[in-house]
Design a protein around this ligand. Structure first.
Ligand code: NAD
Ligand code: MG
Length: 339
């Protein structure tokens, strides 16, 4: 492998991976298979403690894992990271070590103010942890974006690239960014397009058809189920492939009706959403909501779960056995990201 000709700058380093969820597990396994020295840091007997042990890792409490580590990868949910930093990382991380994130939220919005004597870096794979792992096992990798926020060692860039190589990203492509760009674009994407935008578009389409007297089952197929076909075409070949595979009638309808629905007003409101992200309004509101015990979050989530599209959808999906593998995935945890 390329490691022989071009040794990884982390070859002699000890890496502490804090968290063993979607990203943490994939990173820990890939780094280990790349020949690097990995210890996993978790709350004793927490939900993934036994899994990490069973998969052959040395598992320690976060503070113990951080002691002696040359690189600490913070791969817990974003909202628990500030307390984890204060309690377990700051008192234990070695001067000159690197602190790595997969999302810049806490550093960019000042929820974590890192010690000045450490490197602060970011490697964010552009895919879920499961894909980061399976692509690595196939000898490939998922593209990553990377950034350096603070370079105390003078080697932060090489270390960041070494980590991206270790998880397989270097086999695919790595793109330089900064914490501000990664954080703001990630939040915007999930709010305006991926989670917020797409779900509201589907719900509005469903309600429009049902209120006009069409059967909810038919409406469900038209506006939610079939969205996957279109998204798969986007994913594989962009607008070009989508336009190749849909009928001329569908294309004509796209050209004349799409801009009537998603009009300049939508874009203006997307800019408002982006402004709230950029000026910290969203981060402040979300942090306050989390600290208050998630009252609005829970109420809004329940409203989505109670929507009629979910009742009809559950009935229809039960008749489509090929959907079961992904249906077996647990509902998103409170702090799960989209991207
Ligand atoms: P996750 O929810 O899947 O896993 C979290 C892990 O942290 C679990 O092992 C959990 O037991 C552990 N944990 C929770 N609280 C802890 C605590 N107080 N101390 C120690 N361990 C604790 O998380 P995830 O989705 O992998 O996200 C991790 C990071 O990766 C986040 O910064 C996220 O924004 C980023 N990210 C995620 C994705 C993704 O596809 N999920 C993609 C890119 C970046
Ligand atoms: Mg919604």
């Amino acid at each position: 492998m390329s490691a022989n000709t071009n040794p990884n700058p982390l070859a002699k380093a000890r890496i502490a991976v804090l968290g063993y969820g979607s990203q943490g597990r994939a990173h820990a396994l890939n780094l280990r298979d790349s020949g690097l020295d990995v210890v996993v840091g978790l709350r004793p007997n927490g939900p993934t403690w036994h899994k990490a042990r069973a998969e052959g890792f040395t598992v320690a409490e976060p503070g113990e894992a951080v002691k002696g580590a040359d690189l600490v990868a913070v791969l817990t949910p974003d909202m628990v990271q500030p307390a984890l930093y204060t309690e377990s990382i700051e008192p234990n991380i070695k001067p000159g070590a690197a602190l790595l994130f997969a999302h810049g939220f806490n550093v960019h919005f000042g929820q974590i103010v890192p010690r000045k004597d450490i490197d602060v870096i970011l490697v964010a794979p552009k895919g879920p942890g499961a894909l980061v792992r399976t692509e690595y096992e196939r000898g490939r990798g998922v593209p990553c974006i990377w950034a350096v926020y603070q370079d105390a060692s003078g080697h932060a860039e090489a270390i960041t690239r070494g980590y991206a190589d270790g998880i397989g990203g270097g086999r695919a492509m790595i793109i330089k960014t900064d914490f501000k760009e990664e954080t703001e674009t990630d939040l915007f994407g999930e709010q305006a397009v991926l989670c917020g935008g797409a779900s509201e578009l589907v719900i509005a389409g469903f309600e429009t058809l049902v209120e006009a007297g069409y059967q909810p089952e038919i409406a469900y197929y038209e506006v939610m189920h079939e969205l996957k076909l279109i998204v798969d075409l986007f994913y594989e070949g962009g607008l070009t492939k989508m336009l190749q595979f849909v009928s001329e009638t569908a294309q004509y309808g796209d050209y004349v009706s799409g801009p009537r629905v998603i009009d300049a007003g939508v874009k203006a409101r997307m800019k408002d959403v982006l402004t709230d992200i950029q000026d910290g309004t969203f981060a402040r509101n979300w942090t306050a909501e989390y600290k208050a015990g998630l009252p609005n979050y829970k109420r809004l989530k329940q409203a989505d779960l109670d929507h009629p599209i979910e009742q009809v959808g559950a009935r229809l999906r039960a008749r489509m056995p090929w959907l079961q593998p992904s249906a077996a995935k647990p509902a998103a945890e409170p702090l799960k990201k989209a991207g």
